[in-house]
Design a protein around this ligand. Structure first.
Ligand code: XMP
Length: 515
């Protein structure tokens, strides 16, 4: 895996102490037009902070700064020319390390509080809303020498502090969450008034920079673009095509695990409206053969990943001078493969999940972007809405929505049920705000009755979620009558299904996909 060099933007580094909102801080900073990256506290890169780093934000975290072995940060490493903002654990660590006092609060403070600000000209002065979101066990009782307390709440004596001379700022509350209605102003003041950033992170600047990078890396060689019809790979294809023109070949491998009518759709949208140079490889037989008898989710993923690469490499061999495979890895994949606390949940990330025998060199032009940024770049590149607004669909396709063995017959059942569910959503215009919706087939059987006959078949689970970035999600609150109608259609129209369930679970603790 190549180690990509940094982007040439002014950058704010968010040091992750394992806080649940660390990634949200990165998103909020980017929404304000400033490029931001997340780095785990225990894996700071050599030479940190580098020349592009204009400010550092220390995230929240679940630990107590007073515990032995708690996540730490060497403040001496950062020159005063680089402002630091500590949020929650970050603020406590700043107080603890710079000579203030931090103690365990008598009870955990969690939820909405109201700020009383006491300092003019501070980050928190005169906010339109004084409501802030707190979530902490420890709290700062005395700021370090030279710091001024700029706000408190009824229960928290040091809700904000700052040392403007030395460019160090701290907030006990979370400005990044929507429960702090004016948190954006606090972040904006920090970025543009204290750090004096220009806000050079835009989709146009990203596109320009990406084109230069791709051209420099690929030189005069050819690139194979893995496309699935999804937004990520389509945007990659659009970028790479713009960068190297005719020297890109888009390859769509139909693994037989797509939704009903999807392969035809992808080929139509792709060739009609976007890229004529599309090769379609029908590999369903190979995939089904490789998946025969396999029931373990991770093994399924590995087999499918390897079959994909086999298909791409076989095609690349036919093209002379093709050394690169471009794919649509996104920033959350990169984060999830290396965050401070995240255990590996699923190997759905392209990062690190590729077989070691592969010959092609991988390029990942979107590895710095969140999904909404990818959509914006896609729009800027002129991709049709039909492509840009598509629901995410996992690379292993229906294989991770079929619990147990994946066979053509079981794929057919899921395809039919899924088409009914999603068709009804569209027919009633319910799709807006839905991140993903799908049908999954379980591998338990239950008894039912149809006509006078007893049935013993598998249930279908319907899942539809709302989400901002797939890291968290909640179930879509459909009307009961809608679900009942869909359930009735599925059991009547899809042979092999005698029961339909709706999944109400949020992520966490569940995940979006069933496997
Ligand atoms: P989970 O199920 O982890 O899914 O909550 C989060 C997002 O990732 C997608 N997903 C995958 N995408 N290969 C992919 O390309 C995979 O193996 C995979 N597993 C999950 C999922 O659809 C959701 O958008």
């Amino acid at each position: 895996m190549p180690t990509p060099t940094a982007l040439a933007h002014e950058k704010v580094v968010v040091v992750d102490f394992g806080g649940q909102y660390a990634q949200l801080i990165v998103r909020r900073v980017r929404e304000l037009g400033v490029y931001s990256e997340m780095v785990p506290w225990n894996r700071l890169p050599e030479g940190f902070p580098d020349n592009a780093t204009r400010a550092i934000i220390l995230s929240g975290g679940p630990m107590s700064v007073t515990e032995p072995g708690a996540p730490d940060f060497d403040f001496a490493r950062v020159p005063e020319s680089i402002p630091i903002l500590g949020i929650c654990y970050g603020q406590q660590l700043m107080a603890h390390r710079l000579g203030g006092r931090v103690e365990r609060a008598s009870e955990r403070e969690y939820g909405r509080r109201h700020l009383v600000e006491s300092a003019r000209g501070s980050l928190v002065e005169g906010l339109a809303s004084d409501q802030v979101w707190m979530s902490h066990g420890d709290q700062v009782l005395a700021p370090p020498p030279g710091f001024e307390v700029t706000a408190s709440t009824e229960t928290c004596p040091v809700a904000a502090f700052e040392d403007r001379i030395h460019n160090r700022y701290g907030l006990q509350f979370h400005p990044e969450v929507s429960h702090t209605p004016d948190g954006r102003t606090v972040l904006k003041r920090f970025l543009f008034e204290r750090v004096r950033l220009s806000g050079d992170w835009t989709s146009e600047s990203f596109i320009e920079e990406s084109l230069d990078r791709i051209r420099a890396e690929v030189g005069d060689r050819r690139v194979l673009c893995a496309v699935s019809g999804g937004v990520d790979s389509s945007v990659v294809a659009a970028l790479v095509s713009r960068a190297v023109g005719e020297r890109v070949t888009c390859v769509f491998v139909n693994h037989g695990l797509l939704r009903k009518g999807e392969a035809e759709d992808v080929v139509r949208v792709f060739s009609e409206t976007f890229h004529p140079n599309l090769v379609v490889i029908d590999a369903a037989e190979q995939f089904f053969a490789a998946l025969k008898g396999v029931t373990d989710p991770e093994t399924k993923r590995k087999i499918i990943g390897a079959e994909f690469i086999r298909a791409f490499e076989a095609h690349a061999d036919e093209l002379k001078g093709c050394d690169f495979l471009a794919q649509g890895t996104l920033y959350p994949d990169v984060i999830e493969s290396g965050s401070a606390t995240a255990a590996k949940i699923k190997t759905h990330h392209n990062v690190g999940g590729l077989p070691d025998w592969m010959r092609l060199k991988v390029i990942e032009p979107l590895r710095w972007l969140f999904k909404d940024e990818v959509r914006e770049v896609g729009r800027r590149l002129g991709l049709p809405d039909e492509m840009v607004d598509r629901e995410p669909f996992p690379g292993p396709g229906l294989a991770v929505r079929i619990l147990g063995e994946v066979t053509p017959e079981r794929v057919h059942i899921v395809q039919e049920a899924d088409a009914i569910f999603r068709g009804e959503i569209r027919a009633r215009d319910l799709q807006s705000g839905i991140w993903q919706s799908y049908a999954a087939l379980l591998d338990v059987r239950s008894v039912g009755v149809m006509g006078d006959e007893r049935t013993y078949q598998n249930p279908i689970v319907l899942r539809a979620v709302q989400s901002e970035d797939a890291m968290t999600a909640t179930a879509v609150p459909f009307e009961f009558s809608f679900l009942e109608h869909v359930a009735s259609r599925i059991v009547n129209e899809v042979a092999g299904v005698n029961r339909v369930l709706y999944d109400l679970t949020s992520k966490p603790p569940a995940t979006i996909e069933w496997e």
